[in-house]
Design a protein around this ligand. Structure first.
Ligand SMILES: CC(C)(COP(=O)(O)OP(=O)(O)OC[C@H]1O[C@@H](n2cnc3c(N)ncnc32)[C@H](O)[C@@H]1OP(=O)(O)O)[C@@H](O)C(=O)NCCC(=O)NCCS
Length: 183
């Protein structure tokens, strides 16, 4: 039987893949979309192994591509569960690239994927996370903060009663690369 709680460190998973020319774009660097698909793959594996259930990707937090990945690099993805809800799990992912010959390692990006466990067409309960140190607690708190922040923004922009042509909002976009042509 699945335990009710699992240690964050026991959820850790690593995936390495050699970057071949078929994964590159016209400038000879690796496609961002290919890196994202590997991140989705490790998020799925990490969350499914943790929960003992198949999972789906519910949302992906922002991904900043910090440095390009070259053909011939070894891409190293590290993942870990950083938050557990009732049926959702947030997987923290860090992506590094390694130059095989020099051994130089570069940080390419980090992100958070929210995965939801599903069983018989419904969201299913997942084990909780055992937080063992200050870092585990920090990551859990950060995730809660991100969830609240995302909900807050969603609520503002989903509110159809707000008049976005009011001076308050126009002031915010003033100076941006746009032109108002309000009818
Ligand atoms: C993700 C999905 C299962 C959620 O369905 P739902 O009806 O909202 O499910 P529930 O209301 O039971 O919510 C389940 C959990 O998902 C979380 N959730 C739902 N949508 C979310 C989102 N956009 N971002 C983060 N978490 C989300 C809820 O907060 C809840 O978490 P909790 O159980 O830990 O409290 C559903 O939207 C879905 O199947 N989406 C498509 C997934 C998919 O195909 N992904 C691959 C895309 S190619």
């Amino acid at each position: 039987m699945r335990p009710n709680f699992i240690r964050a460190k026991d959820s850790e998973m690593e995936l390495s893949e050699l970057m071949v020319p078929s994964n590159s774009n016209f400038s000879g660097k690796i496609h961002g979309g290919f890196v994202l698909s590997l991140m989705d793959k490790i998020a799925f594996s990490c969350a499914s192994k943790f929960s003992g259930l198949y999972t789906v990707t519910a949302s992906v937090d922002k991904v900043d591509f910090l440095s390009p990945v070259e053909v011939g690099d070894l891409l190293i993805l590290k993942s870990k569960i950083v938050y557990t809800g009732r049926s959702s799990m947030v997987v923290g992912i860090r992506v590094n690239s390694m130059n095989i010959r020099s051994g130089e390692v570069k940080h390419c990006n980090s992100s958070y994927f929210t995965m939801v466990a599903r069983e018989n067409g419904k969201s299913a309960k997942v084990p909780g996370l055992i937080l063992e140190n200050s870092n585990d607690i920090r990551r859990f708190l950060e995730t809660l903060e991100r969830k609240t922040r995302n909900k807050r923004y969603q609520n503002i922009f989903d509110d159809m009663n707000i008049d976005f042509t009011s001076g308050h909002f126009l002031k915010i976009i003033e100076g941006e690369n746009m032109k108002l042509d309000l009818k």
